[in-house]
Design a protein around this ligand. Structure first.
Ligand SMILES: [Zn+2]
Length: 446
């Protein structure tokens, strides 16, 4: 294991390679033809750093964790030359290949061969090239209190296959790291590829210089969160014409999903989708939940919490008519999730029709159908599952055009404060830190 030299700055120990150019001596990237009909013609993504001349992507593996990897190397905990021993890591279940994997435009934000690189690129491993899987597929049992409650209420019945007698759900799950084909990404967003590369370079503080120096490299491994797929039922049905799919595409909300915060409907919607997926799988279909690491509409949790404060402190209290405006004031936009890339994972799963789509988001619905996947029924969250403080969010979304099968809330209803005001116990903070109106509102509601 290497240990960092403390005596002099590393910059003095070795030359730092700031950027490379296509014509540089020794540059010989492994050929890559995105969307080609076979893995052999397509070629593997080489994102490892051991053999820089053969690299054919910009960036490095592990999404946002690439920075932790660098930290581990800097701290001397990780040998930068370490090659992964992939013994016994192959997928527990086979997904694909499907016809949607071919063609350069259907999938542009992940590598469809990412889970099976050990098999389809065997020859490259034989040459000593270090190829990392960007997708891993495994199996698990889920234990969720909401599923137990659904069993107790008689809404779910264990069948011993999808849902076990003790309430455990049997799932197959896949973790996916992003891999962006830059020409395809630019086309999805209707921007010039050169401009996209330049802005990605500039707006990350110049993090990936090869975005602008290596026009010959078309794939970028961005340092962002990926996605996890949870599959319920017989996954071998995926890609078949008779597969009946129940699906939810869920964007991360740590506060609700994990910690049960009641200001939004995220976890209730997610667990409702689990219930729907179990039912679909029990009827012979496949349930699909895709969990995207796009916290707080991809604005991040700091922005999200700032917006919560702004919503609750604004004159007139937390109300639906100001829901999106407060986000825009803080972040400059209402939403940065950009559902344009979201359908890629559905195509990776070989899905061409979704029978039951568990979502009320028109952005998600429209992105899925625009990508060529048809949707049967849209399933919304039952009223009784909406948490108390989340009424503001629900009304705002319905008024903004999210899918609903009931009447739109009236303007007077949107103007009404429905969110809980902050209740801050007097002993918890010095009085000087409280705004007078918070204190008054808190006492009034307490
Ligand atoms: Zn949420």
């Amino acid at each position: 294991m290497p240990s960092p030299e403390k005596s002099q700055p590393e910059s003095m120990q070795r030359h730092i390679r700031l950027l490379s150019h296509p014509g540089d001596y020794g540059i010989d990237p492994v050929p890559l033809r995105w969307g080609a009909g076979t893995p052999a013609e397509r070629g593997p993504l080489i994102g490892t750093l051991g053999d820089p001349a053969r690299r054919n992507v910009i960036g490095s593996h592990s999404g946002s964790y690439t920075v932790y990897r660098a930290l581990a190397v800097a701290a001397g905990a990780l040998d930068p030359e370490h090659q992964a021993d992939l013994t016994d890591t192959r997928p527990t279940h086979t997904i694909g290949p499907f016809p949607q994997w071919h063609g350069p435009k259907r999938i542009v934000s992940l590598d469809p061969y990412g889970a099976i690189v050990q098999d389809v690129f065997r020859d490259y491993y034989a040459q000593g090239i270090d190829i990392r899987p960007t997708i891993a597929i495994t199996a698990a049992h889920l234990v969720l209190p909401e599923v137990s409650a659904a069993i107790a209420a008689g809404r779910l019945v264990p069948d011993g296959r999808v849902l076990l007698a003790d309430g455990e759900c049997v799932v197959t799950k896949a973790a996916i790291e992003p891999a962006w084909h830059l020409p395809g990404i630019a086309e999805r967003f209707g921007v010039n590829e050169g401009r996209l590369r330049r802005v990605l370079f500039e707006e990350t503080g110049g993090m990936f210089s090869e975005l602008v120096t290596r026009g010959d490299l078309e794939v970028f491994l961005p340092p962002i969160g990926g996605q996890t797929v949870y599959l319920f039922g017989d996954v071998s049905q995926l890609g078949t014409p008779h597969a009946r799919i129940t699906a939810r595409v869920h964007d991360e909300c740590n506060g609700s999903d994990v910690f049960g915060s009641d200001i939004c409907t995220c976890r209730p919607y997610l667990t409702h989708a689990v219930e729907e997926c179990i039912k679909g799988a029990q009827q012979g279909g496949v349930g699909v939940i895709i969990y995207f690491r796009k916290e707080g509409r991809a604005l991040g949790e700091v922005t999200k919490f700032l917006v919560y404060n702004a919503r609750k402190r604004q004159p007139g209290g937390d109300r639906a008519e100001r829901y999106f405006a407060r986000t825009e004031c803080v972040a400059g936009v209402q939403d940065m999730r950009f559902q344009e890339l979201m359908p890629d994972v559905l195509h990776w799963l070989g899905i061409s029709h979704i029978d039951r789509f568990v979502s009320m988001s028109n952005m998600k619905h429209d992105a899925v159908t625009a990508s060529g996947i048809t949707i049967g029924t849209r399933v919304k969250i039952p009223r009784e599952l909406i948490p108390k403080d989340a009424k503001v969010e629900m009304d705002a979304k319905v008024a903004a055009g999210y899918y609903t099968d009931s009447t739109l809330p009236a303007a007077s209803e949107l103007a009404e404060a429905k969110g809980r005001a902050y209740v801050i116990p007097p002993a918890a903070a010095p009085a000087s830190e409280l705004l007078p109106e918070d204190e008054a509102r808190g006492r009034e509601r307490a």
